[in-house]
Design a protein around this ligand. Sequence first.
Ligand code: MG
Length: 257
Amino acid sequence: MVGFGWSMQGMREAMVLVFVAIWSSSKATSTWWRGDSDEAWDNCLSWRLGVEANNIRAWRTVPPECSAHVEAYMVRGQYQRDVALIVDTICAYIDSIDLSSDGLDAWILDVDDTCISNLFYYSGKRYGCEPFDPVGFKTWALSAKCSAIPDVLRLFVKLIAKGFKVFLVTGRDEDTLGQATIRNLHAQGFFAYHRLILRSGAYKGQSAIVYKSTVRKQLAEEGFRIWGNVGDQWSDLQGEYTGNRTFKLPNPMYNIP
Ligand SMILES: [Mg+2]
């Protein structure tokens, strides 16, 4: 019996060793406990992290195999949770600021996919897998159907209540989209901002970084102190006079250099 007991124990140990060997081997080479689709999904998660961290740059479209991943991210709640966490973080920062009485404490918000969402438009573009269509986007923007991003509206209301001068700075063309943008912002609850700044003819052809840096420089020269700067594109947050703190909102659907 003792010999049989030792034998059973030995068999168990051998089975464990075999299992560990298979597990280690599989982990090193592939993912035998997951399907290929799971691995592809995780690759898209890595791509999205690379985009949001600005490690992947100058990308033009979402990889075709990541359309479903980006769709799931945008519509199943994770995007909304991420935005809510960022806004909570911004609100804590706002609470730490003592405003001056000179009325020059300023905050900058981008417009598209910061204040208002173009998610519905991009749902018709396979969530960014199709190249940017300037004519189609302009038609969409003129229709003024963009909805508010609720947590950013919450942030906007807090900024106004605290006494910040809020500047909405957008690369949208002033001549063709100015009125539609104002209507859209008002329809979605964005009132009482200090100034909406659109791209005028003087800035046509400039990159977003150069255009927005120039706008911020002009605000600084007017005496405004830019405490915060929020946008969904890295080009909203780079360049000069970026502000005391910048906050990047997620957007895996398109990239504006
Ligand atoms: Mg934007």
